[in-house]
Design a protein around this ligand. Structure first.
Ligand SMILES: O=C(CO)[C@@H](O)[C@H](O)COP(=O)(O)O
Length: 222
């Protein structure tokens, strides 16, 4: 099943609660939350206070993408604010396995994120310990960037390894996802798709979300 995770980074923050409810009603399966610290990425977004605000407004899982240095320092905060998934960048973790254990210790599903240039070999030894791998198909830090297609072969290669090992791990794609770019990613085995501008910047957000999902469903290789 293809799942769509709208990124609230592209939402109107003056009416964030309504923006979350709108995509839930439109058929979103997760709410994607981009946390940026101005160090790991060249932009600042928001912290766990935003989760506190939206957690009571939606029953959807909150998918928290930490684009921050020293993620261990903030995991408890995000877990207590209601995160269902917490994903951390391989590039930001000095002790990746420990960070994954820390996330799990709060009853939250751990995931790891790879920047476009980061090889999948960096996570071979933690695959048994995680629930999700998030592939960045833009350089993290900003919404509305162009999809980097050279990531797709990495997705296919990891999908094959996951199947060979008999694991159940979601493969999520983030950056420049549209009804067109979702196709090669779904063909490569990805099943969760973050979309910011392709949903929130559209007049009819429900139609945009459903069109992206339908394109992914048609292309997904089971
Ligand atoms: O993590 C990020 C950017 O760092 C993403 O979640 C983007 O916010 C997705 O936005 P679009 O590329 O879909 O506009």
């Amino acid at each position: 099943m293809i799942k769509i995770a709208p990124s609230i980074l592209a939402a109107n923050f003056a009416q964030l609660g309504q923006e979350v409810k709108e995509v839930e009603a439109a058929g979103a399966e997760l709410i994607h939350i981009d946390v940026m610290d101005g160090h790991f990425v060249p932009n600042i977004s928001f912290g766990s206070i935003v989760l506190d605000a939206i957690r009571p407004l939606t029953s959807l899982p909150l998918d928290v993408h930490l684009m921050i240095e020293n993620p261990d320092q903030y995991i408890e905060q995000f877990a207590k604010a209601g995160a269902d998934y917490i994903t951390v960048h391989v590039e930001a973790c000095r002790h990746l396995h420990r960070t994954i254990q820390l996330i799990r210790s709060y009853g939250v599903k751990p995931g790891v994120v790879l920047n476009p240039h980061t090889p999948i070999e960096t996570i071979h030894h933690v695959l048994e310990d995680i629930d999700m791998v998030l592939f960045m198909t833009v350089n993290p830090g900003f919404g509305g960037q162009k999809f980097i297609s050279s990531v797709v072969p990495k997705v296919a290669a990891l999908s094959k390894i996951i199947k060979e090992r008999g694991l159940t791990i979601d493969i999520e794609i983030d950056g420049g996802i549209t009804a067109e770019t979702i196709v090669p990613c779904a063909e490569a085995g990805a099943n969760i798709f973050v979309a910011g501008s392709a949903i929130y910047n559209q007049e009819d957000r429900a139609a945009a979300l459903q069109a992206i999902k339908a394109a992914g469903e048609a292309a997904y290789v089971r």
